[in-house]
Design a protein around this ligand. Structure first.
Ligand code: V4E
Length: 215
């Protein structure tokens, strides 16, 4: 299993030029539609669990168990999440967090999910342009995504994947270096697409997540 260590940033109009200048290689552009699901009382998101259907695939993002207290402010800008894509693993996590019953192994994932009566609380399309930065000889692959969501919000992400349980210090250092090369000053946490979406379209849900310190 892998952990996504990432830092979001505000996209300036000249970001693509800056990426070119530092030798980033464009990996292409793609478009995907995300639908996020939760119970009426927000059992998942209040625990920082994010269940989504990205186009036809189910994914679950949950906080990484390897989260530790961070001292440096630049590190506080990074988030660590595990991303599960195997339906059996997603089912096991949801069974635990929702305190629901598991099912016979042969039951279809989607029909099991239907019994949880989760509702779609957010749905939007993202156009994503991705870039790869050369590694520094240590095998760390830094990726930069520029996301444009259809509700009128743009955000960038610098991301490194690490193996579950691996120390994330090197990943955070590489992310910080990439941010410096791109001239991304500032220690302010940048809002993700979901934060902006909920604030705009579901303020009640947004306030609950703020009060629970999830956002
Ligand atoms: C983890 C999370 C959410 C789920 C969406 O994650 P995000 O990385 O924002 O979306 P996206 O489309 O870039 O996913 P990817 O393709 O990279 O997997 S919504 C809120 N969170 C928590 C969260 C947080 N607390 N703070 C920050 C800065 N980001 C996310």
């Amino acid at each position: 299993m892998q952990v996504e260590v990432e830092r979001k940033f505000v996209c300036d109009s000249d970001i693509q030029q800056k990426l070119q200048q530092i030798g980033a290689v464009c990996l292409g552009q793609r478009e995907f539609r995300d639908q996020y699901f939760d119970s009426d009382d927000f059992t998942l998101t209040l625990r920082d669990f994010w269940l989504r259907k990205r186009d036809a695939s189910w994914e679950l993002k949950r906080p990484s168990a390897s989260r530790r207290s961070v001292e440096r402010s630049s590190e506080r800008l990074c988030t660590n999440y595990r991303e599960l894509t195997d339906p059996r693993e997603i089912k096991a996590e949801l069974t635990e967090v929702m305190r629901t019953e598991s099912c016979a192994d042969d039951e279809e994932f989607e029909s099991w999910l239907q019994r949880l009566t989760l509702k779609c609380f957010a749905e939007f399309t993202t156009v994503r342009r991705s870039y790869a930065l050369g590694d520094e000889g240590d095998g760390t692959r830094v990726r930069v995504d520029l996301d444009q969501a259809d509700f009128g919000y743009c955000v960038g992400e610098i991301e490194v994947l690490v193996s579950d349980g691996e120390d994330t210090t090197l990943a955070m250092r590489r992310i910080e270096e990439a941010a410096l090369k791109l001239g991304l000053a500032g220690e302010k946490k940048v809002q993700g697409k979901m934060e902006v979406y909920l604030k705009r379209f579901h303020p009640h849900h947004y306030t609950q997540l703020l009060d629970a310190h999830v956002l």
